[in-house]
Design a protein around this ligand. Structure first.
Ligand SMILES: [Ca+2]
Ligand SMILES: [Ca+2]
Ligand SMILES: [Ca+2]
Ligand SMILES: [Ca+2]
Length: 218
């Protein structure tokens, strides 16, 4: 990709289907929010790994968009990084530890190094400036590394264990995501509330469950 962005010229040549594609819609608005046209409604979007093309069906006018951005080995990290109310196409490349973000406000690609191959991307708005923060969770050390968009400084916090699933979200309602994990071995969520720094846990789930990162009030 090398920061180069190609927008497919003919959208009718290859209409999207669900084969060999990653489909995602409407999970947690601060993490994988898929409102690419900024009308406050999620847009159906797929990423087709073998071509690296993102296909989006815009909710505003039912038009399509195809953008070539990413490799099959990349992880999807869509989010609103520039705070313009529209989701930005973005991928995390584990082999490089580099985030590639296509800013919706300018159409330009932003590259940011943060993370190792083993890390799990957990982008979310942790500092409450309505811009997603680039962030990773490192299972081997249980550290979260957050590049706060407000201050451009890195916050790191040890929270969780190697077998936990990172699940940051705003649980205490202060519009800042809280560092949190779900522990499959006991079905308990553990969270560090951003509002007052307090620790909290709740048993909601059982062994082998997977946390849903859907925001229920969206
Ligand atoms: Ca939309
Ligand atoms: Ca944006
Ligand atoms: Ca932020
Ligand atoms: Ca919070």
């Amino acid at each position: 990709m090398n920061g180069k962005i190609d927008i497919a010229a003919s959208l009718s040549a290859d209409p999207p289907n669900n084969q060999a594609a990653v489909f995602f819609n409407a999970p947690n608005p601060s993490r994988y929010y898929t409102d690419f046209d900024g009308d406050a409604k999620s847009d159906f979007t797929i990423f087709r790994p073998n071509t690296g093309i993102w296909w989006t069906l815009f909710s505003k006018d039912s038009s399509y968009r195809a953008i070539n951005f990413g490799l099959s080995s990349d992880k999807i990290v869509a989010g609103n990084y520039d705070g313009d109310g529209k989701t930005d196409v973005a991928v995390y490349r584990p082999s490089e530890g580099v985030w590639y973000i296509r800013l919706s406000s300018t159409g330009e690609a932003k590259l940011q190094q943060l993370g190792l191959t083993e890390d799990i991307p957990v982008q979310s708005d942790f500092d409450g400036d309505e811009k997603a923060d680039i962030a990773v969770y490192r299972p081997s050390s249980s550290y979260s590394y957050i590049l706060q968009s407000r201050s451009n400084s890195i916050l790191y916090e040890k929270f969780g264990t190697a077998k936990d699933i990172p699940a940051p979200n705003d649980f205490d309602g202060d519009n800042k995501s809280d560092i949190a994990v779900f522990r499959p071995s006991d079905g308990i969520w553990y969270m560090l509330k951003s509002k007052d720094g307090s620790f909290s846990s709740i048993k909601w789930g059982s062994v082998s469950d997977v946390p849903s990162l859907m925001s229920l009030d969206h």
